[in-house]
Each structure stands twice: as C-alpha cells, then as structure tokens.
Design a protein around this ligand. Sequence first.
Ligand code: MRU
Length: 346
Amino acid sequence: MYVAAEGKDYRTVWVEGAPYPPVVHMIDQTKLPVHFEIYASARVETTYWAIKDMIVRGAGAIGAAAAFGMAQGFSENQPEEARNLLNNSRPTAQNLSDATRRVYEAAIGSERSVRTAWETAQALADENVEACEKISKFGEVLIPDNGHVLTHCNAGWLAMVNKGTALGPIYNVHHQGRGVRVTADETRPRGQGALLTAWELFNEGVPHVVAPDTNIAYNLQGKGHFGEVNVVIVGADRIAADGSVANKIGTSVVAALAKRYGVPFYVAAPTATIDLACLDGDAIPIEERGEEEVKYLQGALVVNPGSPVQNPAFDVTPPEDITGIITEHGIIKPTTEEILRIKSAA
Ligand code: MRU
C-alpha cells in the first residue's frame, strides 16, 4: 500500500537480490509510526528474531516472513532446523506453521530444492495478496455508504503482505468514494490499533478516531466520536474447526459487547488461517508474552513495580458471538459444516 512519508507502494515483506539467495526485507513495525525503516535479513536466524521480536507481525505477514525464512533454511542447508526454529517463534498464528509446512513439503524432495523453496515462498506471499483482494471485495458490501466500522488491533496491510483483511473492505469503500469512518481500538499492551491501524488509515486518508480499549462498550452503545457503529470487522490468527476465532487479546470482549448491543461482528481471514486440527477454541495455543510490555509504555513504568502482571497476546471468540467469517471464497457462518466446505474449496 501507499506509504505517505516515502511516496511509494510497499509490501510488508518482500525479497531483493539475485539470483540466490535473495535477502528478505520487511518494514520494521516496531519503529512505526515515528520512523519508517526497512529491516533486511540474510539468514534464517535473523528472520526468526524479526518474527519473535515483532519487527514483522500480524498473521499473514509473519506467514510470509516464515515462508521466506524457510527458503533461507534450504539455502543454508538446514531445512529441518529452520522449520523447528521458525515454528517456535510465535505459536498462535496458523499462517506461520502452514507456511513453513508448505515450503518444506514443496522443496524437500525436489532436485532443485533451494530454487523450489524460494519460488514456493514467493507464490505464498502472492497468494496472500490475492486472498486479501478477494476478502476486500466480499467484505465491502457489509459497509453501508458513510458507514462506521469499529476494528480491533491491526488487520491492515501491515498485518498481511498487502491490503489487509479487516481494513481491506474499508479501503475499497473509501476508494469508491462511498464514505467510511473507522474507530480503531488502541489495543493495549502493544498498541497496534493506536500506532499501526491509525498510521495506515491516516496515510490512506480514511477518517478515523483512536479509542482506548476502555471505550469499547461506550462505542458499541453508539456514543463514540462517530456515533452508531454499523459493523465490527476484525482479523484472525487461527480459526478452529468449530468456528472459534483466536485474535488479538480483547477481541472476544468486542464480540460479546457487539452481540449485546446488536452490532454485526465479522472476522476477515484467508482460509490459510483455518486449522482443522484444532477442533475447538480450547485447542488453540495462546502466546504468553513478556511482562515488560504491560509494565512499561514507551519506556515509562505504568504498573506498580512490585506487582506481577499477565500478558496473553490473544483470546478466543466463540462462534455464537460471530456473525460471519469473510474469506477469499465468500462469507460463511462460523459452523463446522461451513468451515469444512470453505477449507475444501481452498
Ligand atoms: O500480535 P500481533 O500484532 O501479531 O497480532 C496481530 C493480530 O492479532 C491481528 O489482528 C491478526 O494477525 C489478524 S490480521 C492478519
């Protein structure tokens, strides 16, 4: 997408350099929105750290980074070690282990395994972009003219390879001139909504407001800056076979309150995010992150120093609180029957 400060279009993750091995590049999301910097990784180990330290983050973007990391593993002649390393970087996003599996399986038996690995990784990144385009098209009809959308965390182009999942339909409506306004939840502790979603919407010229997470009920009651919320759209990190959705911590609060106040709640995600091996939400592994993310805000202590804190990165929204799931093959209900049907179409 277009980056205002640089005046050109970027993907979140890409490769440069020829012929083999190319260098993996990514926008350093830990520096945004203050600094726009590119992080270059020439080895699988630094790609692993980029994912773990959230230089690249968001389910689809870490899937693409892990795919290229897997290709680096083939270049370094250590595919098994690379796959284990990458799979242990962040546990919740299904796109990550799905990406390493696909690159590994395509390349491992191949005569030209290094080339096959890089080509498969590139195809996977391109597929992510195509899926977002289709999700955006299916999702745009859910937003009325001059509508108001509430979103949680960042499920924009920074979270995928381009365009985004939850923000994709918003960009379409905005570029069609139909008018759309967005409330972006701040998303403590890391503030992906306040920092990244706001930066994306600002660059694209989409009218928006950032709201602290404590405003969720207030907004869904229609009392916020833009008034009545027409629809909530969020992304997903893993979708279980029963339609349960793991997404950024706090998403299940938004869903429960959306139901309480009669606001439709949609999840936008490619079918690569569906994990049929997880039969229900309890089977989804939830990443626990370090206490410093809660205790400090931009380096300043914001919690009583002696008190312990908790920091789960995701929570699970039950299917009964979800109106529908927007995939690249259409919008489905969060039921096992529909999940199986859409996964087999992939
Ligand atoms: O911890 P993050 O920033 O990687 O979490 C990101 C989210 O939870 C997004 O909402 C999610 O990846 C869905 S959008 C691809």
